[in-house]
Design a binder for this molecule. Sequence first.
Ligand code: BGC
Length: 747
Amino acid sequence: MHHYTRTLKLFCLAILLCLLFQPAMAQKTPVSRLSSSDSIKIETLLSKMTLDEKLGQLSLFASDWDVTGPILNSNYKQLIRDGKVGAILNAYTVDFVKPLQKMAVEESRLKIPLIFGYDVIHGHRTIFPIPLGQAASWDLLSIEKAEQISAMEASAEGINWTFAPMVDIARDPRWGRVSEGAGEDTWLGCRIAEARVRGFQGKGYADGRHVLACVKHFAAYGAPLGGRDYNTVDISSVSLYETYLPPYKACIDAGVATLMTSFNEINGVPSTANRWLLTDLLRKEWGFRGFVVTDYLSINQMVNHGNAADVKDAASLAMNSGVDMDMMGSAFLEHIPALLKEKKVKIADIDEAVRRILTTKIQLGLFDDPYRFCNKQREQTEIMTKESLDFARKLVAESCVLLKNDHQTLPVPASVKTIAVIGPLGDTKKEMLGNWIAAGQWEKCVSLLDGIRNKCGDKVRVIYEKGCAINDNELSGIDAAVKAAGEADFVLLALGEGGEMSGEAASRTSIELPGVQNQLAAAVVKTGKPTAVVLFNGRPLAISYLNDIAPAILETWFGGTQAGNGIADVLFGDVNPSGKITMSFPRNTGQIPVFYNCKNTGRPFNPDGPKDKYVSQYLDCPNTPLYPFGYGLSYTSFSYSGIKAVVVGNTITITSNVTNTGDRDGEEIVQLYIQDKVGSITRPLKELKGFKKLLIRKGDTVSVSFTLTAADLAFYHPDLKKYWEPGEFNAFVGGSSDKVISAPFKL
Ligand code: BGC
């Protein structure tokens, strides 16, 4: 009996320990846990800190080196000396950062080093394609490598914290920030988000060549009404859990060090004041152990939202919901002392936030060497290396998506003697960077024209005409463009948006080609010369007209430093394009939102059925997008056959053959979708559950196999519990969400 009681006690203790450590075990933190001496160091420091010094650690201010938003308090140097700053944003280069760090560790009373943050969104000096472009490569290793290079370059120039990845799922291309994300799909968004965290953070920061990542913007910032940036978000709980939350969670599970709140509200509560979001879900349920920073001034902006009477009230809401660091608002610094006296906030919460920030500084190694991210020699040798530039070029080519290619217009035939590059995006280095350009220098970019000239050498004559501006009404340049087309035997028509037409605060109500570019295209195509459009843009565009008239269209996004070279590799066939879009391109702006994983509705439209008025459709436009999620052509072609779905127990194995039916080797992104035919909650028509990117030699057939378990079929229910329901399913395999072969299975 005695023995039995002891065993029972031990058993209970073991369960208790498991429960206690469960969140920690679930998180794959890349950095080692704090040693007891580090914990003692933090507690000792904490015991010496005045309230102002504590609040200083919780405050992030911008330097005057770069500007990414409004500045309320420009006296950052004095604040550093006074110990009233925990981190600085928008400062880089060793020469600029080191003196600021010196101020902190030599002139402030407690000599606590600063963290330096920056928006390294798609490269630091070597700029890679915009994130939406990188996503189109579906190459998780390349995406991870791009972030690794970004971290290496940023950390050589004083930065140890990037405000990335942005993992906001978005279905409305009017929203300019779709350029910073991975597109419309949650499952793919999760995989890309994890890859980016791995790339930035590596296995820790011990090598000084990685940086803290910051997953943003928590949560659902990608769903502003009407696609207007900063607008209200209003979504159902099921859709929040199913569509929007998983990529943030994926980053937490990948060990992301920090998290940024979002500007928007959820259920009427701005994220920065949302205790359910920042404490109950993030900390208690998900086990997040890093620190939470607000978005830029988002505490102060709660006065505008109307959930706080004044900034003091907002500071109290933010502190009580679980915010650790105030970005740019001075709200904690200015108002927490009074709030504490009034017992509206607790010192224990302030101390806990300070602990989190000091812990991060220890993990970065800043207490051992505050200048470990300020290495002049690394700044000389690790930035824009040949290897990084070569990789950037490869990623540009991998991100390109061939949207149309009638009569094999592309690649540019070897017989071509004169090429006319025409259009407002043809000879610009500046626009190649897109938005969020970090420390990228446009002078070092390769324009499309440079890239074509580099490729052709003196074998081909390359002429250029601008034709029109990106975004005005001037038609006078079109005649010269038509003349240039007349002189050439191949035309590359460089059209699209300017780099700043997407990104933050860059929403558009019409996402057609801006200005008079359609007129330019019409005039040039009318010459009858073989023409390929090279498209530059930060979001899906509504280009039905262009699609109607142009024989070939290559989507190139904004490729960054090596844009022109990487695009030329694809245009001339040195690289066979393999990218697939991760966000549907609507036929026109009015069709938005249009995305692949939609529901059937009670009155679905059947394009093959009899004409019926009372179905879900528009009178003036088909329901399908112009180009669907997962779509992208190759210079070769692929066919799919022999799909099978075999169920053994709770495991489903789906196999299919894929044949390269063309006359070139090529890479294909083979996609797996699932449909749950009947659910207690209506299910999407298709949901991506896997993909494989494969090189298939011409004429070869390969067998592709995917394994799913029942857990992969789980979905959220109204009680927000996630589980799967037995029944009938369809498995689909194909090279695009709209071109698939299918096999049913039961589980
Ligand atoms: C953006 C964030 C960014 C921050 C700092 C904000 O306006 O929403 O994404 O990280 O500025 O530049």
